[in-house]
Design a protein around this ligand. Sequence first.
Ligand SMILES: CC(C)(COP(=O)(O)OP(=O)(O)OC[C@H]1O[C@@H](n2cnc3c(N)ncnc32)[C@H](O)[C@@H]1OP(=O)(O)O)[C@@H](O)C(=O)NCCC(=O)NCCS
Length: 148
Amino acid sequence: MAIHIRNATERDLPRIIEIEQLAFPAPWTLASFQRELTLPFSRIMVALPAPSGQIAGFLCRWLIADECHILNIAVHPDSRRLGIGTVLLAEAINEAKSTGANVVTLEVRRSNLAARQLYRKFDFEERRLRRHYYGPGEDAIIMELRFD
Ligand SMILES: CC(C)(COP(=O)(O)OP(=O)(O)OC[C@H]1O[C@@H](n2cnc3c(N)ncnc32)[C@H](O)[C@@H]1OP(=O)(O)O)[C@@H](O)C(=O)NCCC(=O)NCCS
């Protein structure tokens, strides 16, 4: 399946929020996505199964100095396990490499085995644990992919 990636615009936010709300127990608000669109170091990219298709997933990253930080990635439940998360993550990693960054970082719930598996496929390493970061019993794992 051909998956097209482009930068998000304000008009994409209703669909992005729909996917966000299906993906997370404490979803980002419209205001948080709007803010990301104004930040020069932030990029929200969207994935469409074809150039004219509907958005099936998105990723938000910050690129600051030599570090790319992935803040958010989600794929619509109807479009999972089709490689869309892989394409989004590959785009963020390739962009980071090509701009001279030397590390990609992210945080993931310890219980989120699907996401942890996806990151492991890209050779992310589990570096540290932040206990109860997402609430009682919900630890965060800090993952890192270094290029050097
Ligand atoms: C995590 C997420 C983005 C993956 O998106 P996706 O498009 O389904 O991922 P892909 O199809 O590219 O899967 C790539 C690999 O990740 C792993 N993976 C993905 N979903 C998985 C699952 N449910 N169980 C186990 N492994 C899984 C597999 O290794 C998979 O490769 P395979 O299909 O060849 O076995 C998606 O499940 C999602 O939106 N989850 C809710 C939001 C979320 O948790 N985001 C991450 C926050 S840190």
